[in-house]
Write a new protein. Structure first.
Length: 57
């Protein structure tokens, strides 16, 4: 089980390592774009009624 989890993480680890190899200004561009896309997805979910819900009890 642990080996399967670690193997599943390899592509993510490789992607993150490649991001870290970029110049800081390029990292900033990528993360700014990611932040923009994420906020657009959140806004779309809120408008569609699929936003966060508070489950109590």
């Amino acid at each position: 089980m642990v080996i399967a989890i670690l193997m599943a993480c390899d592509p993510l680890r490789q992607f993150l390592n490649r991001l870290l190899a970029l110049r800081i200004d390029m990292q900033n561009v990528i993360f700014e774009r990611f932040e923009l896309l994420l906020s657009q997805q959140i806004e779309a979910a809120i408008v569609a009624g699929d936003g966060c819900r508070d489950f109590t009890g």
